[in-house]
Design a protein around this ligand. Structure first.
Ligand SMILES: [Zn+2]
Ligand SMILES: [Zn+2]
Ligand SMILES: [Zn+2]
Length: 355
């Protein structure tokens, strides 16, 4: 975002971020002026990167906020070198962990304080942009960090939902190239997840089964949309894919909460992610992409109707006026063709440029 300097005196800001609800469709937005400070910083960071400097690289720990969690070598100090994966609060958080929600109205409108968390998971100490170049073991550790953070944040009753996501490449919204992912924890369930949960609950209501479990069975039988099939995970291009090469990874056994994943499953999940990212990099020539983990809200017991999954979305097309205006997506690549292409790309997961 580039703001005109003339606008700066007008940007008075809010004492803290606010969640506001659109009273017509029920969509919440976050008004967070902290993020407005980011553009200049981003430009500077990119410049410094060109000169070889990166705040996420080992040795530059003083330039990030204080770490929340790190997997590090024995006898090393927090916020110092010796870590493998490191989690820090986002320097320009969309939401803040302090304070209470103070849910309130303003005439017909609803709002609450932007209480939540915004964390950055720095995935490696060395300067590497591509997760596909990591060893399977490193990817497993990163996935285990995701689990650890959700388990920890679950204890805070103000927090309802944790979204883990990754932006790779400028077209996918990444401002730093050093491989990292993010966690945003919100005091409400995001609308995209709520829609999935509502649809899944409705299906469960009349069929008595989880729709994701049914989907796994049908896709396994049909085969044509499968990208990768392992003992505990199925990766496939969804029937109604919004984007070319959109791929979902779903655990085959019914699990509503990602944070309940077992070590043995993480082992396999790490290999699946490594394989898929290698296939995508190879097939699509290092595309910009996003991935998200959709899981159940932190504050609910295991659900029979909702099933956690990861969605990987290469950013090959632009979301433009028609999509914004309608919610329709035009996908130029049939998911059956995308799946066949990805399925046929042979990759060797033992290849890791950097461990
Ligand atoms: Zn770096
Ligand atoms: Zn299920
Ligand atoms: Zn989803």
């Amino acid at each position: 975002m580039n703001l005109s300097p003339d606008f700066h005196p007008y940007l008075k800001g809010l004492p803290m971020p606010e969640l506001r609800k659109d009273p017509i469709v029920g969509r919440w937005v976050i008004i967070s002026t902290e993020r407005a400070k980011r553009p200049m910083e981003t430009t500077q960071t990119i410049d410094r990167l060109e000169s070889g400097y990166c705040p996420f690289c080992e040795g530059n720990e003083d330039d990030t906020t204080k770490e929340i969690l790190a997997y590090r070598q024995r006898n090393t100090q927090p916020n110092a070198p010796g870590w493998r994966v490191r989690v820090v609060p986002n320097k320009f958080p969309a939401l803040k962990i302090e304070g209470d929600l103070q849910k309130r109205g303003e005439g017909i409108y609803d709002k609450m304080n932007g209480v939540g968390a915004h964390e950055v998971i720095i995935e490696c100490p060395f300067h590497e942009a591509s997760m596909a170049n990591f060893s399977e073991d490193r990817i497993r550790e990163i996935l285990w960090v995701y689990r650890d953070r959700l388990v920890d944040l679950k204890r805070d009753p103000r927090l309802v939902y944790g979204l883990i996501f990754k932006n790779v490449g400028a077209a996918a919204g990444a401002s730093l190239e050093h491989s990292h992912s993010q966690l945003v924890v919100t005091p409400i369930v995001p609308i995209n997840v709520q829609q999935e949960m509502d649809g899944a609950r409705e299906f469960f209501g009349y069929r008595g089964r989880c729709i994701y479990c049914d989907m796994i069975h049908q896709e396994s039988d049909a085969e044509k949309r499968i990208v990768l099939d392992t003992p505990n995970f199925l990766a496939f291009c969804p029937f109604a894919a919004r984007f070319p090469f959109e791929t979902w990874v779903v655990p085959k056994s019914h699990q509503s909460h990602f944070e309940n994943i077992q070590r043995i499953e993480i082992e396999e999940f790490g290999t699946v992610i490594k394989t898929l990212l290698m296939k995508m990099e190879f097939a699509l020539e290092k595309p910009a992409y996003n991935y998200v983990i959709h899981t159940s809200p932190l504050d609910v017991q295991p659900l029979p109707h909702y099933h956690w999954h990861m969605e990987i979305i290469p950013r090959l097309t632009r979301v433009a006026g028609f999509e914004w205006g309608t919610g329709f997506y035009i996908n130029p690549v049939p998911p059956e063709d995308a799946a066949a292409y990805l399925r046929d790309r042979d990759v060797d997961v033992s290849q890791a440029r950097l461990s």
